[in-house]
Design a protein around this ligand. Sequence first.
Ligand code: 5RP
Length: 262
Amino acid sequence: MSSELSLIDKAKFVAAKQASEYVKSGMKVGLGTGSTAAWLVQCLGEMVRENGLKIKGVPTSNRTAKLARQVGIDVITLEEAKWLDITIDGTDEYDDELTLIKGGGGAHLREKIVATASDRMIVIADATKKVDTLGAFPLPIEVVPFGLPVTQGLIEEMLTGVDVLGRDIVQRMQGKKPYVTDEGNFILDLHLKRISDARQLSLVINQIPGVVENGLFIDICDVVVVGHGDGKVTVRDITNDTSEVVRFDVLDDDNIFVDISD
Ligand code: 5RP
């Protein structure tokens, strides 16, 4: 790994490297989106090219699809895969129950579909993503462009009836234009500050016409793999109720992934 990598990138890399060990030949693998997931795709690409790993990858975004092809992973659609052995993805926040907020990269709709269609979902993260209470990271909501102000108004009204600390809603932009997802929709970021009941919130948000999907992942994630800048990785499996610590030697002359960008 390049010595120019920041501690946070080293943390993401070692989490991805450790999680790549869950992937075996013959598997159909959901490939997440974001900078941590990009490390995972690089690790899997290396295993394909150099160790003969044979997998089919189902990307959760167009940018992950492009990267996966670049590194040599055989990419198929979810329709072709039908069901996946495993999905490995990053997260914006996770709590003790492994409830997640995802969608900082604007891909939570496809990410949720792909993770839900998998036997297991492994989340890879650096330690900054752990929270006691979800909600400091704005909750992304994918909404259809049609009638956007009406949908936003209904979300505002709904928020007055739920236990959250903040109620600001900001439409995600890309420069001066609205951010458009791979599915052609918009994203509203809900600045809730604290989410007391993620399950209730997720249910009520998804009942609003115009809402496609929210970024809360509840009862979807099985394992969290957390990397640290010094090479330490903790793996927590809530299905088996196990926790282990692994240590990687973070080598300065290993430059295989220096060109990575997301
Ligand atoms: C994309 C996501 C990402 O997994 C999440 O934003 C984390 O990204 P990163 O690994 O870059 O911190 O949900 O929609």
